[in-house]
Design a protein around this ligand. Structure first.
Ligand code: 3PG
Length: 408
């Protein structure tokens, strides 16, 4: 296992703290829509009260509308923690060097979005092993101004990128409190063998969902997989249902056509463990209309229907562990939040150990006041599902492989 903050005295040290504060941002106003990920790193920040903390983080990806600076994130951290938080529009240049070296104990400095650095997002660099990524300018220069690296960015630990995997090669390192807790809680799901475990997958990231489904079924991590959202549509097509041209077009636009054959292959091997929607909802003249999948008209699918909800809820009630990622439909549209709400409510009511991952479900859980009734809300999306699928996450491996190294 990796080292944790309890293993070190970081007083007076310049600590490079990698966090995941990749937040939902309204692209027109650039307003932060949810600050949960900031709230979740506060315990780590507080435990570094007598160190000099340098925050390294990303927001979105190049080319996306919410790919922006971390200035507002820094302001929000300042409001939440109630202390001054500095922000600079530099990651490893002369300004970063000067300002990091000036830090005093208790200071917090937020560096610019690390994905503004070409090395962090370069496909060539990402294909390199961590020891080679340690030769990037980003890692060589920034590590030379810092004494210690703490990774508290569980949600990005599935990425093989310099800020996640390469600093442990050159600095003493450990996990932050959030990363430690994520691993502890999610490991509980993996350790309970022979228990009935339902994985509920929805949302728009069908490619990631299919990867997770293949993994959890191959490794016997899941007893049953309940599908909705785009991955549900893909499995419906793979089973021979006609869901209309409009829904086929949505899948083609997202380049998901090839997933249909993959889904067929998965069904051939594990068909009895995969549940698909029985009925679906669409909008007509402003109202919600439900229809069995056998007769679905050429309308955009916006939610799962009542029969599907009832069947999925009964499976939740029979499970000892329930893991959900991604909403069941277009929950932002009034009238089509029903599936996501009811699945979350059933999870909240059940006696099972319940885990949700991915930003959307945690936003919904907050909205309907269920956060305290879910056993664990992970800050990760793909990272959480990959971890639960038994994959090794590069960010965590880097901490484990470099445990105890180079620290005097
Ligand atoms: C997330 O939001 O899941 C993480 O911040 C990772 O983001 P990414 O998928 O853009 O790497």
């Amino acid at each position: 296992m990796f080292a944790t903050l309890k293993d070190f005295d970081l007083k007076n040290k310049r600590v490079l703290l990698r966090v995941d504060i990749n937040l939902p941002i309204e692209p027109r106003t650039m307003k932060i829509l949810d600050d949960t990920r900031i709230m979740r790193i506060i315990p780590t920040l507080k435990s570094l009260d007598n160190a000099r903390t340098v925050l390294l983080a990303h927001q979105s990806r190049p080319g996306k509308k919410d790919f922006t600076t971390l200035k507002k994130h820094a302001k929000r951290i300042e409001q939440i923690i109630g202390r001054d938080v500095q922000y600079i529009s530099d990651v490893f240049g002369a300004t970063a060097e000067k300002d990091i070296k000036k830090l005093k104990n208790g200071d917090i400095l937020v560096l610019e979005n690390v994905r503004f650095c070409s090395e962090e997002v370069s496909e060539t660099v990402k294909s390199m092993p961590p020891e080679e990524q340690a030769n990037t300018h980003l890692v060589r220069r920034l590590s030379s101004y810092c004494d210690f690296y703490v990774n508290d960015a569980f949600a990005v630990c599935h990425r093989n990128q310099p800020s996640v995997v390469a600093f442990p090669e050159v600095l003493p390192c450990c996990a932050g409190k959030l990363l430690e807790r994520e691993v502890k809680m999610l490991s509980k799901v993996l350790k309970s063998n022979g228990t009935s475990k339902a994985f509920i997958l929805g949302g728009a990231k069908a490619g990631s969902s299919l990867d997770v489904i293949k993994n959890v079924l191959e490794k016997d991590t899941a007893t049953v997989v309940l599908t909705s959202g785009l991955i549900g549509n893909i499995f419906l097509i793979a089973k021979g249902f006609h869901i209309g041209d409009e829904n086929r077009k949505i899948l083609s636009e997202r380049r998901y056509d090839s997933l249909i054959q993959e889904a067929k292959n998965v069904l051939d091997r594990y068909g009895d463990k995969i549940k698909v929607p029985l009925d679906l909802a669409y909008q007509k003249n402003g109202s919600r209309i439900e229809c069995p999948v056998e007769k679905f008209p050429d309308n955009k699918i916006l939610d799962i229907g009542i029969d599907t909800i009832a069947s999925y809820v009964s499976i939740i009630n029979d499970s000892k562990i329930v893991v959900a990622n991604g909403p069941c439909g277009v929950f932002e549209k009034e009238g089509f939040e029903l599936g996501s709400y009811e699945i979350l409510k059933a999870m909240a009511r059940s006696k099972a150990f319940t885990v949700i991952g991915g930003g959307h479900l945690s936003v919904i859980a907050q909205k309907i006041n269920l956060t305290n009734d879910i056993s664990y809300i992970s800050t990760g999306g793909k990272a959480t599902m990959s971890f639960l699928a038994g994959e090794k996450l590069p960010g965590i491996e880097a901490l484990i492989n470099n445990r105890g190294k180079k620290y005097d």
